[in-house]
Design a protein around this ligand. Structure first.
Ligand code: NAP
Length: 284
């Protein structure tokens, strides 16, 4: 049976470090603070906001909530972001997306100052990920995958890593982060020919496809692999699951992240970690 790469111990270790860092900042008179910007009342956004708020409060990070109506103009949202950029009491900003249709996502995201872009949504942050320099922060989900590998002692160096998915939120930045750690990376997408065999060849396999619950079945796996399942779905029975057919994977691969309780759990802790790092940098 595969080893379960649970998120909980990773989160516990990250929380312990964040709590200590928050205290050290407080001794210098700085209260690390996250602003969460939400447009509209989408239940998914509200749930994510509540989860992030709870995780911040647990380690002593402050949270400010900025909420705009669904019909807010792009100019109003950009003005709110500019205010947060120049507010020295806010160290990181989480903008909940997707934005309403009347807004240009790229223009809005790039209004945010890269030093407060704790979820890697600005071009500057992403350029930093690709160049291997710290201009902003990598997207939290991609970083969560790297945190899990590090916690469980999986060194990507020299390994064949296959990344399924090429979104800017997960697949592309994760590929670059694995490359930075000296993995030999293959990036896959819907036009990849014979995806099962490309996946089977991987020593580290990350899957963020998001199109079909449990769509990655036994033919995609091989013995000994480390599998990170990024996908999130609620199935027809109201049960949460991932891209991976977990029952097939766990009898075959070396280790696998569960859903729920895997990558998603760690993502919010990465968010908190980035806020603390942003506060440290802005205080120096
Ligand atoms: P996305 O923007 O829709 O991108 C999905 C990517 O997967 C695309 O590049 C697509 O290829 C590729 N893909 C889809 N089906 C495929 C298939 N059958 N074979 C090969 N490639 C396939 O999605 P995303 O934002 O990256 O999110 C992906 C999943 O991760 C979703 O389930 C989402 O809910 C989840 N997610 C989880 C977290 C977390 O914290 N755990 C955070 C963010 C997202 P093409 O480019 O060719 O279309």
């Amino acid at each position: 049976m595969a080893e379960l790469l649970k998120g909980a111990p990773v989160v516990a270790a990250m929380n312990e470090k964040a709590s200590a860092d928050v205290l050290a900042l407080k001794e210098k008179g700085v209260h690390a603070t996250l602003a969460i910007v939400r447009v509209g009342e989408k239940p998914d956004d509200i749930a994510y906001e509540q989860g992030a708020t709870k995780r911040c409060e647990k380690v002593g990070v402050g949270v400010r909530h900025v909420t705009l109506p669904q019909d807010a103009t792009q100019a109003t949202l950009q003005e709110a972001l500019r205010k947060l950029n120049s507010d020295s009491g806010v160290h990181g900003v989480l903008l909940l997306r997707p934005l309403p249709a009347q807004m240009n996502d790229n223009e809005v995201c790039n209004t945010l100052a890269p030093e407060k872009d704790i979820d890697g949504i600005t071009d500057a942050s992403l350029a930093g990920v690709f160049a291997g320099i710290e201009t902003g922060y990598p997207p939290c989900t991609a970083q969560a995958c790297m945190e899990i590998l590090e916690y469980y002692g999986v060194d990507p160096k020299g390994k064949r890593a296959t990344v399924v998915g090429r979104s800017l939120v997960v697949g592309k930045p994760l590929s670059m982060m694995l490359l930075q750690k000296h993995a030999t990376v293959t990036i896959c997408h819907t036009r990849t020919v014979d995806l099962p065999s490309v996946c089977r060849e991987a020593e580290i396999l990350t899957i963020s496809a998001g199109r079909k619950a449990r769509g990655f079945t036994a033919e995609y796996f091989s013995p000994g692999q480390v599998v990170l399942d990024v996908g999130i779905y609620v199935d027809e029975n109201g049960k949460m699951c991932g891209d991976v057919d977990f029952e097939a994977a766990e009898t075959m691969v070396g280790s696998v992240t569960p859903v729920p309780g895997g990558v998603g759990t760690v993502t919010t802790s990465v968010l908190v970690k980035h806020v603390v790092e942003a506060a440290q940098k802005q205080t120096q």
